[in-house]
Design a protein around this ligand. Structure first.
Ligand SMILES: Cc1cc2nc3c(=O)[nH]c(=O)nc-3n(C[C@H](O)[C@H](O)[C@H](O)COP(=O)(O)O)c2cc1C
Length: 393
């Protein structure tokens, strides 16, 4: 006589019930949903699964603590200008044209050869988002057809180490200090390390980031070593050490600099003219990615009047809000000589290290070529305002 358990196991009705249940599960849309890789929220996709720069941000978000993610993401105050930087690209139409042969994208900027009109904007404290920080950023940028990286004055690694990390060209960004000896030492070191141009940032004098203030309880966020250092002295974080800026500063910087000098943070035609009057070699239109003055204009809206004021007398760089190849093409059509990318390469670095930086820059390069082909642009020199229709409010 078989025992009770064997009877149950062999029972045809139980087997039938299990088979029917298994069939139901196998056909269930719920199970199918779980097998779809893009619905699996805990899985980090492989690098080659990502097809646009925007897809890197959720991976960057997933891999880093909240306050570290926020340090890259936020804009100043209520983040109106941060949003407007993106929105402005929607107010510019591209007009299609006949597809030419493969578009030519190479140019020379201040003696630096570029395969594409794309550079990496200076951004601070990259060790906070990846252990190899600026070294990996420079290696990834160099691997992407020698894209020049602009190394921030508040990098987390010494300039000598960043300079030696790869063979591609790099520039240096300076936040001027009131003490000329500090500027002299900083600029001497950057030039000895091999920088080919100096970008002097003149915005960011008194910005406050509400998200950072809220995140203080989460611990040291970014480039600061301790939570105590992270705590701003006033909730409004006025950077008293930057409130001395004035155009005369450039005469002093010129004496210390043998390479071209470019002013970053220009948002008006008047300031662009002052750059030229003060002997600068280039104008860099930027609102610090919406991190400087909230309710300031988006950079795309002010770009045409700045280009008109400069009237071809020097190159005009552009950043803030660029996320797609078509964005780059729109900025070029409105007169930018080249475009810099701030958050995008940080997403690549934080998500995948140097290979992520390389991949995300290559995506932007390929998208630019595609956009040029779609609009019938054979070369950078051919691109002009007739390519776009603007409807800024
Ligand atoms: C996290 C972060 C750090 C930055 N650090 C610097 C810096 O050290 N020096 C500087 O001139 N600009 C700095 N910027 C501004 C960038 O150079 C650039 O203007 C801005 O990121 C461009 O906007 P995008 O991020 O929308 O591309 C920083 C921006 C971000 C997002």
């Amino acid at each position: 006589m078989p025992n009770r358990e064997t009877v149950w196991t062999l029972s045809p009705s139980r087997r039938r019930a299990i088979r029917a249940f298994a069939g139901l599960i196998a056909g269930s849309p719920l199970l199918k949903g779980q097998q779809d890789p893009f619905r699996e929220h805990t899985r980090i996709p492989k690098l080659d699964e990502l097809l646009t720069a925007l897809e890197f941000e959720p991976v960057f978000h997933a891999k880093l603590p909240r306050q570290v993610y926020n340090y890259t993401a936020y804009g100043t105050d209520g983040e109106f200008t941060l949003r407007r930087n993106r929105q402005a690209f929607d107010w510019v139409d591209l007009l299609p044209g006949p597809t030419p042969a493969k578009p030519q994208t190479a140019l020379n900027l201040f003696g630096t050869p570029l395969a594409y009109p794309i550079l990496v904007s200076p951004t601070a404290a990259q060790v906070a988002i990846h252990p190899e920080g600026e070294v990996a950023m420079r290696q990834g940028a160099t691997a992407a057809s020698n894209t020049p990286m602009i190394v921030s004055n508040v990098a987390s690694l010494p300039i000598e180490k960043i300079g030696a990390a790869a063979k591609g060209p790099f520039w240096f960004q300076l936040y001027p200090k009131e003490d000329p000896d500090i500027n002299r030492e900083t600029l001497e070191r950057a030039q000895a390390a091999g920088c080919r141009a100096v970008v002097v940032t003149i915005d960011q004098q008194a910005s406050a980031y509400e998200r950072e203030l809220h995140d203080r309880h989460l611990g040291p966020p970014t480039n600061r070593r301790t939570a105590r250092e992270a705590a701003p002295r006033t909730p409004y974080r006025i950077r008293e050490f930057r409130l001395f800026y004035d155009w005369k500063l450039f005469a002093e910087i010129r004496k210390l600099t043998k390479v071209p000098i470019i002013a970053k943070g220009i948002l008006t035609a008047e300031d662009a003219k002052l750059c030229l009057e003060n002997g600068l070699d280039g104008v860099y239109v930027s609102n610090h990615g919406g991190r400087s003055l909230d309710y300031g204009p988006s950079t795309l809206e002010v770009l045409p009047e700045i280009v008109d004021a400069v009237a071809g007398r020097c190159p005009v760089l552009f950043d803030s809000g660029v996320r797609r190849g078509t964005d780059i093409l729109k900025a070029l059509a409105l007169g930018a000589s080249a475009v810099c990318l701030g958050r995008i390469p940080r997403w690549g670095l934080g998500a995948y290290g140097a290979p992520g930086v390389q991949r995300i820059l290559e995506i932007m390069q390929a998208e630019l070529v595609q956009a040029m082909a779609n609009t019938g642009q054979p070369s950078l020199a051919a691109i002009n305002r007739s390519l776009v229709r603007t409807d800024f409010p």
